[in-house]
Ligand binder design. Structure first.
Ligand code: MN
Length: 257
C-alpha cells in the first residue's frame, strides 16, 4: 500500500527555464519526433534568450503543402503550420496549427528530409525578425491573442495570432493588421521561391546528388502526390543539366542566427 500523498501534484509541465534562466527541455518533443542519424535537420543547441527575435517561414511539402511560421521566443522557434501561407489581406484569416517548438538553428534549414517525420522538401521561404506588441509573450499566448510586428523579406508589418476553438486546441488564426503594409496580394503566388534566391522545391531537391525517392515520393496520393511527382521530374532534369554535382549554396543571406 502506498502512503497517501499530502499534496498531490498535477502532472509536471515541462519547465521553461532552469535556475540559470536557460530554457531546458523546450525541444524534447522536437527531438523525440526525429532520428538525427537519418535526417539532415539540426538537433539544436541549448536554447538561449536573445533580444533580437528571429522570424522565418519554411515552405514544406510533406504529407501536405504548408508554410511553417516560426517566431523565436525563449531561445526556440514557436511554430505554426499554415496550410495556405500568410495573407497580407486583413480580411483573410489563415488557419495556423501550432506544432512543436523547433530549435533556433532550424531557422536556416533548407533541404530534403528523406524519410520519417516531415519527409519531403523544405524551402526557406522567408526570414527576418519579429517583435511582440505586448510586454508578456507567455501571457499573450496563454490568452490566445498575440499581436506582433514582422520585418522580413516577404512578410512585413503588424499581425495577430488568435487562438480559435473551431479546429481543436492547437488551432490559431493568422491575421494581418490593417496597416500601411496590408495589401490584397497573394504572397505565396507572387513570391513562390526560396528567400535565399536559390529556386523552389525542384531546385532544392536537385541539390541532392541522387533522387532520395527513386520509386515513389514520400506522399503518393492526391494533389500532394502529383505535386511531388512534377517536382521530382523537374529536379531530375536540373540534375541532368549539370555534369558537376550541384554545389550547395553557402549560408543564406540575412544570417542573423
Ligand atoms: Mn512542416
Amino acid at each position: 500500500m502506498t502512503a497517501p500523498t499530502k499534496n498531490k501534484k498535477p502532472p509536471a509541465k515541462p519547465a521553461a527555464k532552469n535556475p540559470a534562466g536557460e530554457a531546458t527541455d523546450l525541444l524534447t518533443t522536437y527531438r523525440n519526433k526525429r532520428d538525427f542519424a537519418t535526417t539532415p535537420e539540426p538537433a539544436g543547441a541549448q536554447p538561449r534568450e536573445r533580444k533580437i527575435r528571429f522570424f522565418c517561414i519554411q515552405k514544406h511539402l510533406a504529407s501536405h503543402l504548408h508554410y511553417d511560421f516560426r517566431l523565436e521566443h525563449h531561445g526556440v522557434l514557436l511554430s505554426w503550420a499554415v496550410p495556405k501561407g500568410p495573407s497580407p489581406n486583413p480580411s483573410i484569416k489563415r488557419l495556423a496549427m501550432q506544432v512543436e517548438d523547433h530549435p533556433r538553428e532550424y531557422g536556416t534549414f533548407e533541404g530534403v528530409i528523406p524519410s520519417g517525420y516531415g519527409a519531403g522538401i523544405v524551402v526557406l521561404w522567408d526570414q527576418g525578425v519579429w517583435q511582440p506588441l505586448v510586454d508578456d509573450v507567455d501571457a499573450a499566448l496563454a490568452r490566445g491573442n498575440l499581436p506582433f510586428v514582422v520585418l522580413a523579406e516577404k512578410v512585413k508589418g503588424g499581425w495577430n495570432l488568435i487562438r480559435t476553438e473551431r479546429a481543436g486546441p492547437k488551432a490559431w488564426l493568422l491575421i494581418k493588421h490593417k496597416d500601411e503594409l496590408a495589401s490584397t496580394n497573394e504572397l505565396t503566388e507572387d513570391f513562390p521561391g526560396s528567400v535565399t534566391g536559390h529556386g523552389d522545391f525542384a531546385e532544392v531537391l536537385a541539390r541532392e546528388p541522387r533522387d532520395p525517392w527513386p520509386g515513389e515520393p514520400p506522399t503518393t496520393g492526391g494533389e500532394t502526390g502529383e505535386l511531388f511527382r512534377t517536382i521530382m521530374v523537374r529536379a531530375k532534369k536540373l540534375r541532368g543539366k549539370s555534369s558537376q554535382p550541384v554545389v550547395k549554396p553557402a549560408k543564406p543571406p540575412m544570417g542573423i542566427s
